[in-house]
Ligand binder design. Sequence first.
Ligand SMILES: [Fe+2]
Ligand SMILES: [Fe+2]
Length: 194
Amino acid sequence: MDRKKKMMPIGPLMIEHRLIERMIRQIDRAVQRMKQTGQADIVFVDHAVDFIRTYADRCHHGKEENILFRELAKKNIPPDHRRIMDELVAEHVWGRSKVAEIVAAKDRYVQGDKTASAALADAITALTAFYPKHIEKEDKGFFLPVMEHFSQAEKDQMLQEGYDFDAGLIHEKYKMLVEDFERAARVEESRKPR
Ligand SMILES: [Fe+2]
Ligand SMILES: [Fe+2]
């Protein structure tokens, strides 16, 4: 049997949790430095935002919401599983808004508003406090119990769908990057005197 097929669909999600935790520890270190010095490391913040948006949100929450939660929603699951799933989705939404807050504070800081470093540090601290709790809720109280609602064939199907989802992501990310540059180039061209 294909070794990958033996893994449950929550296997890759739990492996991803470990990388998110490692990055959160690094973000925590950076925010401590930021609080001590009042200076923000903008290159690091950009990398952290990219990690959270691309890996934690698009790749990881993407598989949770678009595969696992979507399939769970089709099942007649008990109210406590339904409640936790709804909470997890709401937490993803909260995380996205916090990242938007981080980007807005970072933009103000880059534009010269040095008071924005405190807002930036606060928003980052809120996000790094949130992730471990969210992950623990999934790892310890949700992922394994909800597997009982699926047959082996359904679990194998979700695992494969997760691999297919991942396979498209790098193409999606860099296509979006090129499209962003093209959009900016069109704006620049349209402003040139004729
Ligand atoms: Fe999640
Ligand atoms: Fe997760």
